[in-house]
Ligand binder design. Structure first.
Ligand code: GDP
Ligand code: MG
Length: 265
């Protein structure tokens, strides 16, 4: 479990929240909404942007990777494409992680929540050495929850839903950290269909059958058995980064996840 200073019991220790999700799922917008939500409640978070390629941030970051590295410059200098530029920028930033953690540590008394936005393209963070180093370092300091953000309207077909859940599942097993699945954009479409597919194997099978994609369906059929196990232990919430709906429940689940994590030790 994370080490806490003698001054802070697990219950009042700060909490790291890492936003992970496919490009366009709404990580950055959700960061902004959560930031506003916590400010309204007089518990301002400490906010860190780890996306070197974001052009305009809708929130004020306390620490911004773009202050340390210019990803366009990195692309030129190392003759890289956009993804290589972003990855290399993240690597350069990670070499200074100890300095970042020192700053963060000084803020731990004043801020309960530390929010981390990650690069738009999910694999740059989840399957890179730097992403792992950052995640592990955070988890070693304070309780850390991975929030997996889902673009709910774009995951309404059974096959895309299953692909997204497989991805979420792989991240859970890789990080082994408290995990919250956040169905975003519920202002566009309710996440009820997702909850029913997760709770009711038959309902999902039926939705798959409706799709009539022969080979794909038999693959999906087998995989849904694996996912059934994943769903059993999963914490789920529906939110809208646009309207702010679901954020009370979001924070209830974050706190629950942290508590449960501590109880396991
Ligand atoms: P990121 O790549 O995961 O950081 O995604 P962004 O936060 O940049 O959002 C991608 C797009 O989705 C933007 O056009 C947002 O305005 C939109 N978006 C994000 N959250 C919501 C939401 O809750 N509802 C709606 N309707 N749109 C959203
Ligand atoms: Mg973003």
């Amino acid at each position: 479990p994370p080490t806490t200073t003698s001054a802070s019991k697990p219950t009042d220790a700060p909490i790291n929240i890492i936003m992970i999700g496919m490009a366009g799922s709404g990580k950055t917008t959700l960061m902004q909404r959560i930031n506003a939500y916590l400010h309204e409640r007089k518990t301002p978070p400490y906010v860190l942007n780890l996306d070197p390629a974001v052009s305009k941030l809708p929130f004020q970051a306390n620490i911004d990777i773009r202050d340390t590295v210019d990803y366009k410059q990195v692309m030129k200098e190392y003759n890289l494409g956009p993804n290589g530029g972003i990855l290399t920028s993240l690597n350069l930033f990670t070499t200074k992680l100890d300095q970042v953690m020192q700053i963060v540590d000084k803020r731990a008394g004043d801020n309960k929540y530390f929010l981390y936005d990650t690069p738009g393209q999910i694999e740059i963070f989840t399957w890179s050495a730097s992403g792992s180093i950052i995640t592990n370092t955070l988890a070693a300091t304070y309780p850390t929850v991975v929030v997996y953000v889902v673009d709910t309207p774009r995951t309404a077909s059974p096959t895309t839903f299953m692909s997204n859940m497989m991805y979420a599942c792989s991240i859970l097993y890789k990080t082994q950290l408290p995990f919250l699945l956040a169905f975003n954009k519920t202002d566009v479409i309710s996440h009820e269909f997702a909850v029913s597919w997760m709770n009711d194997f038959e309902a999902f099978q039926q939705a798959l059958r409706g799709q009539e994609e022969g080979f794909m369906n038999s693959l999906m059929n087998s995989m849904s058995l694996v996912l059934d196990e994943f769903y059993n232990h999963l914490r789920v919430v529906g939110v809208s980064a646009m309207t702010g709906q679901g954020l009370d429940e979001f924070f209830e689940k974050i706190d629950e996840a942290v508590k449960e994590y501590y109880e396991e030790y």
